[in-house]
Design a protein around this ligand. Structure first.
Ligand code: FMN
Length: 186
């Protein structure tokens, strides 16, 4: 079995619904199981993410997909608290060699969501993980995904909480790509 972890924060559920689409796509494969963790505010005490039993579940995953809304051009504070708490794992490079990928959402068409994904790339590389983006070249080989043209990962945009169908398709495509690459690495 291939294990995929999906860890995300979402306040108004745009990122959450995108993460659910990724999870459903991954779980549609008979050889995949998913470990989901939605970061909750009460898990953060005095700025530190304290639900560290999540890490032992994620340790067993072949791939981890990170998700967070874009807040002020970066990851949300809640996601950053989670990321900071992974520093104990960093010391041992416990996640080295796992596949990593990411998604974010913002209310603007260009609301600096790329900066958020760039941080997730950095976080993943700090852990020695192998970042997987999108292989969709907009305008040259249009698969009907990635309408916002970011190849680092999935960017969703919503100004009213509703989800754009293409963003959902992009999320599902990334899930397929992560699963396929995890199979090849296994
Ligand atoms: C504090 C704060 C900062 C935000 N900063 C940005 C931003 O820099 N760029 C952007 O496009 N949207 C920004 N937004 C909008 C959210 O990213 C957007 O509503 C997102 O889809 C919310 O995700 P969620 O539904 O998963 O909580 C911000 C929202 C909040 C509350």
């Amino acid at each position: 079995m291939i294990k995929i972890g999906v860890v995300y924060f979402s306040k108004t559920d745009v990122t959450g619904a995108m993460a659910k689409a990724i999870i459903a796509e991954a779980e549609s494969q008979s050889d995949v199981s998913v470990i989901e963790h939605r970061i909750e505010g009460h898990e953060i005490i005095e700025g530190r993410f304290e639900k560290t039993d999540v890490f032992s579940l994620l340790d067993k995953c072949d791939a981890i997909i990170f998700g967070t809304p874009t807040y002020m051009g970066g990851v949300s504070a809640q996601f950053k608290a989670f990321a900071d708490a992974t520093s104990d794992l960093w010391c041992e490079q416990l996640w080295a060699g796992k596949i990593a990928a990411g998604l974010t959402s913002g209310s603007e068409l260009n609301g600096d969501q790329t900066s958020t994904l760039q941080y997730l790339v950095t976080l993943s590389n700090q852990h020695g993980m192998l970042w997987v983006g999108l292989d969709s070249a907009i305008g040259f080989k249009d698969r009907g995904i990635n309408r916002l043209g970011c190849q680092l990962g999935v960017v969703a945009q919503s100004s009213d909480g509703s989800l754009h169908e293409t963003d959902l398709e992009t999320a599902k495509y990334l899930a397929q790509r992560v699963v396929n690459l995890a199979r090849r690495l296994k």
